[in-house]
Design a protein around this ligand. Structure first.
Ligand code: 3PG
Length: 207
């Protein structure tokens, strides 16, 4: 499957309390974004993935911030359906491939892009997008390296997402702005639905 073509905006979510996971997932689905990437940066992340996989079957749930070779199997065991890593090493790629899940390794330079193409990947995460050159970087490498397609994350906002999505080698963008920490802390699920719906509408404008 092509991970970059499921939704135009992948919500990247940091969950500190596993009890928040299901209402966040439902709020995103209600806002028209039935994909969620739970970052493996908090002790609650694997439990959050498990709860979403069990209780919100209509969302496509994945694990992000995969940075060590044990995490892909842990993610699978908890019901993850895709994996995302901010980078790419031979061992990490091997572990992600062994999981059997669709996955996006991360790149931030042309040589890293070429290396992943050599390994048979055409879809990658571009991270950290804004510090690493942003939409101009992606547009500039499309002509010399047309086979690579990207999901940029890191500094994407409603204000700049359209610029990224307009680049021919961008399939979708990802970001944490859909689930701000303060909004999650006050369990304001309606605001998450609103942010998701707004992102979805903005993305449609660039179609
Ligand atoms: C990621 O893990 O992809 C990024 O940390 C998300 O970046 P953002 O918080 O700038 O959206």
């Amino acid at each position: 499957m092509n991970l970059l073509d499921v939704v135009p905006v992948i919500p990247v979510v940091v969950v500190h309390n596993a009890a928040d996971a299901v209402p966040i997932a439902k709020a995103l689905v209600d806002g028209g974004l039935p994909v969620i990437e739970l970052t493996l940066r908090t002790p609650a992340a694997l439990e959050a993935i498990k709860r979403i996989a069990n209780e919100v079957p209509e969302i496509f749930v994945g694990a992000g911030t995969v940075v060590d070779t044990h995490q892909p199997q842990q993610a699978v065991a908890n019901g993850a359906q895709f994996l995302v890593s901010p980078g790419s090493t031979p061992a990490l790629r091997g572990a992600m491939r062994d999981s059997g899940l669709p996955h996006l390794p991360g790149v931030s330079t042309v040589s890293e892009v070429l290396k992943l193409l050599e390994y048979g990947y055409s879809e990658m995460k571009f991270f950290p997008a804004e510090p690493a050159g942003g939409a101009p970087f992606l547009r500039a490498i499309h002509s010399p390296v047309p086979a690579a397609r990207f999901c940029p994350t890191g500094g994407i906002t409603p204000a700049n997402m359209g610029d990224y999505l307009a680049s021919p080698n961008v399939g979708c963008v990802g970001g944490s702005w859909l689930t701000p920490a303060d909004v999650v802390a006050r369990q304001d699920w309606a605001t998450i639905t609103h942010l998701a719906r707004t992102a979805r509408e903005l993305a449609n404008v660039t179609d």
